[in-house]
Design a protein around this ligand. Structure first.
Ligand code: NAD
Length: 296
């Protein structure tokens, strides 16, 4: 079997198109321009790239993009004061504080200072609780993107066996909650799981969010299973750097029914879902109907 390749790049473009359509209607019918504020503290090169891409794609979707760059020595109090200003600003519907923050800052404190209704990353403790209890939440972008890919592929996920490898607050745990919300039978595997290959072999859906290059090999995959590879790892081969996932694509693609490549799979969905969350936040703030197909 050769797996169907799940084209996250194309699907993300479809999502961004839907977002742009909804933004245009919000502007024309209600005079509302959804706005996303991104806060970057320090000079982390990867974060700079993410923030630049987020700003560019926000503007391309017709939304207002506000960038706040603070130097690495900024005090936590000053950052909290900025977050408070953004919370109070009616032109800002989404706030994202780019992680990681410098060591002298308490990231949990800062994230929990964001108005939960504007918390488009879905990391605020209120949103974590809402998601965990099956209530309307802002959902973390990467797992939301994975869910959208899975729904697009399978339609109804009800009753499917899903194994999520990784238990981080950013990917693994919210991913498991979302799959449970769609009535999958969910196993969360992690670094202490016994006989991980045997656990993964049970799965109709495997989501790998580990951060270990090409750890999941084809012999772990049940024939025909869907493999969602969240991992982004830089490895050196022949003096060249290349990106690989947590799944050994070559061997897994021979066994799986469908698989996301790295790059071009889950990655592009993350920013698309950030834009989707911002439109959703703008609709909720104005008590307008939410866009269809852009939420969990
Ligand atoms: P993390 O380090 O916070 O969590 C990794 C998890 O993997 C942990 O829960 C740990 O228990 C588990 N783990 C570690 N070693 C393991 C092993 N040998 N066997 C089984 N489980 C093991 O990482 P994260 O933030 O969840 O990110 C995971 C990966 O996803 C990284 O490669 C990251 O770069 C990538 N990522 C991609 C996107 C995207 O937009 N595509 C977004 C976020 C994270």
């Amino acid at each position: 079997m050769t797996a169907r390749v799940i084209d996250g790049k194309a699907f993300a473009a479809t999502i961004r198109g839907k977002v742009a359509g909804h933004v245009a209607r919000l502007k024309a019918d209600h005079g509302i321009t959804p706005g996303l504020a991104v806060v970057l503290v320090g000079e982390d090169p990867a974060s700079q790239v993410y923030v630049r891409n987020k700003g560019k794609q926000t503007a391309e979707a017709g939304m207002a993009s506000f960038e706040h760059r603070l130097d690495a020595g900024t005090s936590e109090a000053d950052l909290l004061a900025l977050v408070a200003r953004l919370n109070a600003d009616p032109t800002v519907h989404g706030i994202l504080v780019q992680l990681p923050l410098p060591g002298h800052m308490n990231a949990e404190l800062v994230i929990n200072a964001i108005d939960p209704a504007k918390d488009v990353d879905g990391f605020h403790i209120s949103n974590v609780g809402l998601l965990g209890t099956g209530q309307k939440a802002m959902v973390p972008c990467t797992p939301l993107g994975c869910l959208m890919l899975l729904r697009d592929l399978h339609g109804d996920l009800s009753g499917m066996e899903a194994v999520v490898i990784g238990r981080s607050n950013i990917v693994g745990k919210p991913m498991a909650q979302l799959l449970l919300g769609d009535s999958c039978t969910v196993t969360i595997a992690h670094s202490r799981t016994r006989d991980l290959p045997a656990v993964v072999r049970r799965a109709d859906i495997v989501v790998a969010a580990v951060g270990r290059p090409e750890m999941v090999t084809g012999d772990w995959i049940r024939p025909g299973a869907t493999v969602i590879d969240v991992g982004i790892n830089r490895i050196e081969t022949d003096g060249k750097t290349r990106l690989v996932g947590d799944v050994d694509y070559a061997s897994a693609a021979k066994v799986a029914g469908a698989i996301t490549p790295v790059p071009g799979g889950v990655g592009p969905m993350t920013i698309a879902c950030l834009l989707a969350n911002t439109v959703t936040a703008a609709c909720r703030a104005n008590r307008l109907p939410e866009p269809e197909g852009l939420t969990a």
